[in-house]
Design a protein around this ligand. Structure first.
Ligand code: SF4
Length: 478
């Protein structure tokens, strides 16, 4: 059977689809990226339910494949976060959906996709009514919440990987994702992810090491470590933070590669973590720490770590102890009740820390989350204006940072070649794939995708760097 996959949403979905493709491939099916021009026998759309814009994108994809189904007979399957959260609504809107499943349960979803399971959806996919039991905690509660073990109803979602699963990558690129856990026990008031992904569930270390080895054997040169919060890795298993020891083991694997860390929760960036980064050159000097805001009152309403002094200390410490570490963060502007003064605190903090990379989102009022019911919702116009102001500030900081790189030498991973020209596109430790800029590399000596080369930077614009390859030969040690 030919099975086409549509992967929407975040890198966690990418990994889940690779598990599914691996299981289906093992059963003899041909799995590919879905193309409406070549309708497959079955299409599986992995949806995202994070914010309205993501939901709209998922709905558009379902509508498009519903039209393909009408003309070609392709079986239409919808899985993932939006299917988890809005099963009834999806079936009402698109009665021609052939099967539907939520998150996790990879073996069962594979049977559903292959048509071996007779029901239209997984019996244990949570109904729409599955909600967090948020208890009596008010939005003003403090950081102790972060290890709050909230309860799910019995049919709540959960993403578990209790055994090694085969993985098939649908795109051939020199970077890949290692999802070390899924779900989240934090209670950020704006976020609906725990409603869709369930409680925090770590993948056992042995499975991750095995996966990482397979990734390296397949030519991956950059392992992106992802989860909803990677700093809490292992806490659900052994009640201690195991990320540093996991990274130590990953960085001790042989081969030429680097590891990049995403989604660190600010209050659990530990000394051990900084030390393991200091001792392993294979861990890229890049940290993605979504802060969401830097005004204590807003953070408190968000139920995020709101000890601003502690967060700023942590950031200054990274600057001091991990020189040349690129800091990426994301902020939400226009959170309910955000005053001009609170927004100013955020702007001032950004001026002080000078993040190399930043994403800014306008607050999205998510049904079922506590923040949706908070008073003093900010108008769209004000949200947009604040976003533009913050982005403008950041583009100045980014441009200055990029200009300061001219004349430096950077180690670059070659990601693609410009056909017929002596030009390549790559990334140094400061650029993550698809979200940051790139390094354009000129080299008269042919380079291969997946090579690491030393590049002298000759030009810079706001986000991208340009340079000349100095050492086209492979570097043996890192
Ligand atoms: S830590 Fe991230 S995934 Fe978890 S509730 Fe907060 S924003 Fe959502």
């Amino acid at each position: 059977m030919r099975i086409g996959m549509v992967t929407l949403g975040c890198d966690k979905n990418t990994v889940d689809n690779e598990y599914l493709a691996g299981l289906l491939g093992r059963d003899g099916h041909a799995v590919e990226v879905a193309d409406p021009a070549r309708p497959p026998d079955v299409v599986v759309i992995t949806t995202c339910g994070f914010i309205q814009a993501a939901r709209d994108q998922s709905l558009e994809a379902i509508a498009e494949w519903s039209r393909v189904r009408a003309r070609s007979g392709t079986r239409l399957g919808v899985i993932g976060c939006l299917a988890q959260r809005s099963r009834e609504d999806l079936l009402r809107r698109y009665p021609d959906i052939d099967f539907l499943a939520g998150v996790g349960e990879f073996h069962k979803v594979a049977r559903l996709v292959a048509g071996e399971q007779r029901s239209r959806f997984l019996a244990d996919t949570a109904p729409e009514s599955a909600t967090w039991n948020l208890g009596a905690q008010s939005p003003a509660a403090n950081e102790t919440i972060e290890f709050d073990d909230r309860a799910f109803s019995d049919d709540a979602p959960r993403v578990l990987v209790p055994e090694a699963l085969p993985r098939t990558r649908l795109e051939r690129r020199p970077h890949g994702f290692l999802k070390i856990s899924d779900g989240c026990n934090h209670t950020c008031t704006f976020c609906s992810i725990p409603l869709m992904k369930g409680v925090y569930s770590s993948v056992p270390k042995a499975i991750l090491l095995d996966e990482a080895r397979r990734m390296l054997d397949e030519g991956i040169r950059e392992i992106n470590v992802v989860a909803q919060d990677i700093t809490k890795y292992g806490f659900d298993i052994e009640k201690r933070f195991m990320l540093p020891e996991l990274l130590d083991a990953l960085a001790s694997l042989s081969g030429e590669f680097w590891i990049r860390l995403f989604y660190l929760y600010p209050s659990t960036v530990t000394t051990d973590l900084i030390q393991v980064m200091q001792s392993h050159p294979k861990i890229a000097r890049y940290l993605d720490i979504p802060l969401q805001h830097l005004d204590p009152a807003v953070l408190q309403r968000m139920r995020r770590p709101h000890d601003r002094a502690r967060t700023m200390d942590m950031l200054r410490r990274i600057r001091a102890e991990l020189p040349d570490c690129a800091l990426r963060t994301t902020f939400i502007v226009g959170f309910p009740g955000e005053t001009p003064d609170e927004f100013r605190t955020l702007m001032d903090s950004v001026r002080e820390i000078r993040f190399e990379r930043m994403g800014v989102f306008t607050y999205s009022r998510e049904p079922g989350t506590p923040a949706a019911d908070l008073p003093n919702q900010v108008t769209d116009k004000v949200k947009q204006r604040r976003r533009e102001k913050l982005m403008k500030l950041q583009s100045g900081i980014s441009a200055e940072w990029a200009a300061a790189q001219v004349g430096t030498e950077r180690r670059v991973l070659v990601e693609s070649a410009v056909p017929g020209k002596p030009w390549y596109v790559g990334r140094s430790h400061s650029e993550a794939a698809d979200i940051d800029g790139v390094v354009r590399v000129h080299s008269e000596t042919p380079l291969a995708v997946g090579d690491f080369v030393t590049v002298r930077i000759t030009e810079a614009d706001v986000y991208d760097l340009t340079g000349e390859a100095l050492v086209p030969a492979r570097v043996d040690t890192v």
